[in-house]
Design a protein around this ligand. Structure first.
Ligand code: DHB
Ligand code: FE
Length: 282
């Protein structure tokens, strides 16, 4: 039986990918960001998951604004890094796990979540930056990836509650897969940030820290936060944080926060990173 063995929360920012790709990780500004992932890189290298489910958002790259699926699950064999306007990132093509992904699609859709099935998709910084932060600069990604793209780009995005319930359905799906795969799930995006308009540059560290605290302590309370609160308190792009609730829903109710890193800013964004694992009995 497959099992979800840990959850990773991780922000994304295109400039983080550029810093890595252009060899700027030792510059003080970027060193501050990358240093927070050193322990996590060791942790995941030791954990050696068989598959990573990466909940992320497409930034009008793969889907443009012509078609915007609320939840789109990648069932392909591979995903090429997208050209977001300055050339595709020089990172490896992301290998998929079509068999587990198709199983998840079947289970979750029959559980009444109307997922979009994606058989071809290029992936933007929303997916490749968290992979780079966790796996570093590699010639080959160390495990197959199942991308789950969530609409947080155009109103209305899904509610936090719907995201959390989808996470639960994903967990059930994974646990009904016959092969003994050890699966890690990433919730990505956020934390507080606003990229344009009069409030550009907004960061709310108190809000971010409360959100991270409650991911472990009281995720159900987080599922009740309306979109307008994310917008007001965490900025227009802060709504990306709902994706972390899919990751949280896919984990045990009782989890332990085994690592946290928070730094402000990277580009316009508050960078949050968290590792959640099943609580070890004392
Ligand atoms: C930035 C943050 C994002 O989430 C994004 O998608 C693009 C840019 C930024 O902080 O620059
Ligand atoms: Fe973003």
């Amino acid at each position: 039986m497959a099992k979800i063995i840990a959850g990773v929360g991780c922000s994304h920012v295109p400039a983080i990918g550029a810093a890595l790709d252009l060899g700027k990780t030792e510059e003080p500004y970027w060193k501050r960001v990358f240093s927070g992932f050193e322990r996590s890189k060791q942790w995941i290298a030791q954990l050696k998951p068989d598959v990573a489910i990466v909940v992320f958002n497409d930034h009008a790259t793969a889907f443009s604004v012509d078609i915007i699926p609320t939840f789109a699950l990648g069932c392909a064999d591979e995903y090429a890094p997208a050209d977001e306007g300055w050339g595709a990132r020089p990172v490896p093509v992301v290998p998929g796990h079509a068999e587990l992904a198709s199983h998840i699609a079947q289970s979750v859709i029959l559980d009444e979540f109307d997922l979009t099935i994606v058989n071809k998709m290029e992936v933007d910084h929303g997916l490749t930056v968290p992979l780079s932060l966790m796996f570093g600069k590699v010639d080959k990604w160390p495990c197959p990836v199942i991308p789950l793209a969530v609409n947080v780009v155009m109103f209305p995005p899904p509610t936090g509650r719907r995201c959390h319930l989808l996470g639960r359905a994903i967990r059930k799906a994974v646990e009904s897969y016959p092969e003994d795969l050890r699966v890690v799930i990433f919730g990505t995006g956020g934390l507080s940030h606003q990229i344009s308009g009069p409030r550009a540059g907004l960061i709310n560290s108190e809000w971010d820290r409360n959100f991270l605290d409650n991911l472990t302590k009281d995720p159900i309370a987080l599922t009740g936060i309306p979109h307008v609160d994310y917008m007001r308190e965490a900025g227009a792009e802060g709504i990306e944080m709902v994706m972390w609730l899919i990751m949280r829903g896919a984990l045990d109710d009782d989890v332990e926060e085994t690592y946290r890193f928070y730094t402000v800013p990277a580009s316009n964004t508050a960078v949050g990173h968290i590792i959640l694992e099943p609580r070890r009995s004392a």
